[in-house]
Design a protein around this ligand. Sequence first.
Ligand SMILES: [Cu+2]
Length: 342
Amino acid sequence: MTHYVKAWILALGLILTPATLSAQEALPEAPSIEPAAASAVEAADAPAATAAAPSGLDPELYTPMKPTPGIGMPVDGGVDFQQQFSETGKQAHWINNAILVPMMFGVSLIVLGLMLWVVVRFRRSANPEPSKTTHNTFIEIIWTVIPVLILVVIAVPSISLLANQFEPAPEDALTVKITGYQWYWGYNYPDNGDFEIISNMLSEEDADARGEPYQLAADNRMVIPVGKPVKLLITAADVIHSFAVPAAWFKLDAVPGRINEKVMQIDREGVYYGQCSELCGARHGFMPITVEVLSEEKFNDWVRANGGTVKGDEAADEAEAETAANDNTTDIASAEAVAATN
Ligand SMILES: [Cu+2]
């Protein structure tokens, strides 16, 4: 009898397993889901998924900046890199446009010309008696030396670019810890009281309302100060993601159990978009990155709006507390003096 029951349970389990699997797969088929309407599991994964107000922050301290069309985002019909706003990005863009593309173009033209010449000049009717030559030292030297020179011309600037890209951050650089989750980003500010920003994709409606590109805009942005090297520590909580912002010439993998470090520096205030760039599961295409670059002052205001601490503030607070304490002692002293005279 128990055998029967066990067999039935097993059979039922086998029948239902594919159904539960396909149910999980079906979930991501609704890319425009409202965070609030997401499944219980996703809601649990994304603690701050709902942001009703534009930022939910004190508007006196911070209002999200409007992006500049065509800057920090892809453009229709674009063939070049995005406009670059970092030193390394400008260097890389220059290498591409001044060295690599002309070289590729030139080499392709020379090879095409040689092939056409050979096809026409040495076709069977024009050249009935083929040459039996097998070696030509001069030509062999040339076709070895020229490619070597080409590689050297490419290697010198690209090695310098590589070195520049991985230059460590200065001691006093701001640190931001970035964590990739399935499927959103978390930004921690350990230098500012370690508050965390959870960043989810905006729905098409919300993105339109804010004048931002859908599928690139996020509800809560990563904010950094302008023109300063920012040390990004990048990791992931589940699978491998990749943090990429093309206009900042930045891409680095987010690997669980490991912290990758790279400096980001953007030399112009503005909004810059990026995307997760490592296939990380069903909603990989729906975890965009929005970076807002602000002046030091506005950045500090944004930190305060998020309940974070700004270094100068503590000193000011302490000074204030000290003056208050001094006032108290003088009060007590004068009160004692009064008491004494009485
Ligand atoms: Cu991802």
